[in-house]
Design a protein around this ligand. Structure first.
Ligand SMILES: [Ca+2]
Length: 180
């Protein structure tokens, strides 16, 4: 009995000091490896865009495919990301395996100083990020959101309540970190 009592005390101390790291007896899963997944590499469930197709790793451009230049917000150029035009909505399926969404957003400089948009992120239909109205005079705005068992992620760009003229915008450098 004395041995059992000592073991119980020892386990209690360990679990108090290090509760998150102690797997329960029924939890034999190995922790997966965190991986960066660029959204411009991922398939989407559905997509809508205010002008032409969503552009992969380039600015939205005009109504044709591959007619945009590099994604540029303020004076910063981005090699990766999604070029869009308000009103836009892109739906991804992280399938509860991703823990973080990171991007820099803004009006793309291809429209000059014009354009005005707002960015919104929905996680399983719940709003988890809303930007102010950003214009072509603003630099990139950083987004860094924790995701918790999110199955469906929506990236939305609205027209800033003044119409969509010149509203080319970008989810620049957008990526998820996910478990294997
Ligand atoms: Ca606008």
């Amino acid at each position: 009995m004395a041995v059992v009592g000592t073991l119980a005390v020892t386990l209690a101390v360990i679990s108090a000091v290090w509760p998150a790291a102690q797997p329960t007896p029924s939890d034999n899963r190995q922790p997966g490896t965190e991986q960066v997944r660029h959204l411009s590499d991922l398939p989407f469930i559905s997509i809508s865009n205010g002008l032409g197709p969503v552009a992969i790793d380039q600015a939205n451009g005009d109504s044709e495919v591959d007619d945009g230049g590099p994604i540029t917000i303020g004076d910063q150029v981005f090699a990766r990301g999604l070029g869009v035009h308000a009103p836009s909505q892109i739906r991804f399926y992280p399938a509860a395996a991703c823990t973080r969404f990171v991007a820099q957003v803004g009006v793309d400089s291809e429209a000059g100083d014009g354009g005005s948009v707002a960015f919104q992120v929905l996680a399983d239909g719940r709003s988890v990020y809303n930007s102010d109205v950003l214009t072509g005079q603003d630099g990139p705005r950083a987004i860094d959101i924790d995701l918790d068992n999110v199955e469906v992620l929506d990236l939305i760009v609205t027209d800033g309540h003044d119409g969509a003229a010149g509203d080319g915008a970008a989810w620049a450098g957008a990526f998820l970190t996910c478990q294997d």
